[in-house]
Design a protein around this ligand. Structure first.
Ligand SMILES: [Zn+2]
Ligand SMILES: [Zn+2]
Ligand SMILES: [Zn+2]
Length: 507
């Protein structure tokens, strides 16, 4: 998908930087929803038959981002498939859904609508592109409305994206992505947006699957580098290929070398020695015989030879370009202006900032929606949701919240989670939570993050710790025991401890 070989070009030069999602907190990402749906559907394709199971995967994945303080904006493809892309879409529909022939996205739209239902409850914004989702993802990124695009479709660079995250992976309960920035691509591979479009035309992309015959990414890249050395804009240069007199002349010299006729050994004109001896040589203007080492020969072949010598430097300089150009121009439509316009002309309207901002999640709505669509129980949904909610709370400003009252009661103890210093914090149970039986939630949160909003509570905790030591209290050993456990592992402790103050629920 996207520009053929693009990712291998970038990966050969180690452009992508593997990063933990935790290090991306505060960022807002535009996500190409159709790619997520395909990934999530594929993930459970063989295991489960439920048509909605992908929603459960989507729910977990989205919470994984929210928990790390990352905001998402989902971008949806236009229902109408651009005519330029029909071939590619047809292929994808066949591969992923077994739908043959059709290019109607309405079947896919059913899945999209199910996702939208969940986003509405989660308060996550989504936008429909006027064309392909990648084009709007890139626009939001260019306009500074999102920090990056999360997609595996390399076309997003042709649309001008500045930061692209790819290869989302979950390892040891943490999510990772590879980060590609326009700056590092420029630095390591010398490609800018216009070069990416040129690469798409040469190597192929969703809009012209095959690219130029027998031109692979190495030849294409080398040509683009050559353009750069000569300070040519790659697209202007290729658009001008047909009418470029200099290149036409060079090509003519290269291809129109006439046949060399035999030359006389004595005068070096066309003809042979015996014939010149009997009937003379027209070039030497003789009737019998010819001159020894006569003047320059002006036969067709010798004239081309001399021309070739004049062009020798240029032929060497433009050899590569002439080779690619010759093959490319065999396609009468090359370079396809429609593809260039598709990538460079922005068809999406300007998006106001409020359209990409998250809103307060509707807890009852989320749980009801998931209960209705997927076979999950309310407790299971809540136990995942509450961790995300607490983190949204810690990462957002107080103005974000209107109705949900989620407040910490106290810090129970210091803890560690995935080698990060945390506090185990007791949170007041939400009024709307009718699913869990416990009276409050216990959730591990990073110390520094917690301190930003609840510094007083941290101070109190630290001083109480100090007092505890002074009067000889033993520090609870449990701190270290839970170090490597994640929130989910500790959700249902094997032995539930009943305390006087009520039961607790640890995440
Ligand atoms: Zn002769
Ligand atoms: Zn002669
Ligand atoms: Zn000659």
């Amino acid at each position: 998908m996207g520009v053929i070989s693009l990712w291998s070009i970038l990966d050969e030069k180690d452009v992508g930087q593997r990063t933990n999602l935790r290090d991306l907190s505060g960022k807002r990402l535009a996500v190409d929803l159709s790619i997520w749906i395909l990934e999530l559907k594929r993930a459970n394709y063989k295991l489960f038959d439920s048509p909605n199971f992908f929603l459960k995967n989507l729910f977990y994945r989205v919470l994984g981002f929210l928990k790390n303080g990352i905001q998402l904006v989902f971008i949806i493809d236009a229902l109408h498939v651009p005519s330029l892309k029909t071939a590619a879409v047809r292929k994808r529909l066949k591969e992923c859904h077994g739908i043959e022939g059709g290019i109607d996205r309405s079947k896919f739209q059913i899945c999209v609508n199910k996702c939208i239902g969940l986003f509405d409850k989660l308060g996550i914004p989504y936008l429909t592109s006027s064309g392909e989702a990648e084009s709007l993802c890139a626009k939001l990124n260019k306009d500074g409305l999102v920090d990056a695009c999360l997609t595996r479709d390399g076309d997003v660079f042709c649309y001008g994206a500045k930061h692209v995250y790819r290869n989302l992976q979950k390892l040891s309960k943490e999510y990772y992505v590879d980060i590609y920035t326009a700056d590092s691509i420029q630095e390591k591979v010398c490609l800018d947006q216009r070069s990416f479009v040129a690469l798409a035309l040469l190597c192929g992309c969703d809009y012209n699957k095959s690219g130029v015959k027998s031109i692979g990414h190495k030849k294409a890249l080398s040509l683009l580098r050559n353009f750069q050395e000569n300070k040519f804009d790659p697209l202007d240069r290729m658009l001008g290929w047909r009418s470029n007199t200099e290149l036409n002349n060079l090509q003519e010299v290269r291809t129109n070398l006439p046949k060399k006729h035999p030359h006389c050994l004595r005068c070096h004109h066309v003809g042979d020695l015996t014939a010149h001896d009997t009937t003379g040589c027209s070039s030497c203007t003789t009737n019998v015989g010819c001159s020894v080492n006569a003047d320059t020969c002006y036969c067709e072949w010798h004239q081309s030879e001399r021309k070739l010598a004049d062009f020798k430097d240029d032929l060497t300089k433009f050899k590569q370009e002439l080779d690619v150009r010759e093959k490319a121009l065999m396609d009468y439509n090359f370079p396809d202006k429609e593809i260039i316009h598709e990538f460079l002309d922005d068809k999406n309207e300007k998006i106001p900032l409020n359209k990409v901002c998250s809103s307060e999640p509707d807890v009852t709505g989320i749980v009801s929606y998931m209960l209705d669509k997927v076979r999950m129980d309310g407790v299971d949904i809540m136990r995942h949701l509450i961790i995300a909610l607490v983190h949204i709370k810690l990462f957002s400003s107080p103005q974000f919240w209107h109705s949900l009252k989620l407040e910490p009661v106290s810090i129970l103890r210091e803890s560690k989670e995935n080698f990060r210093l945390c506090y185990e914090v007791k949170w007041k149970k939400l009024e709307v939570d009718t699913w869990t039986k416990e009276d409050y939630y216990t959730i591990h949160v990073e110390r520094e993050l917690f301190k930003q909003q609840y510094s007083e509570m941290v101070k109190e905790f630290i001083s109480s710790q100090g007092k505890g030591k002074q009067v000889g209290f033993r520090k609870r050993k449990s701190t270290d025991n839970i170090t490597s456990q994640t929130a989910i592992d500790t959700f249902f402790p094997k032995k539930k401890k009943q305390s006087k103050k009520g039961t607790k629920m640890t995440y």
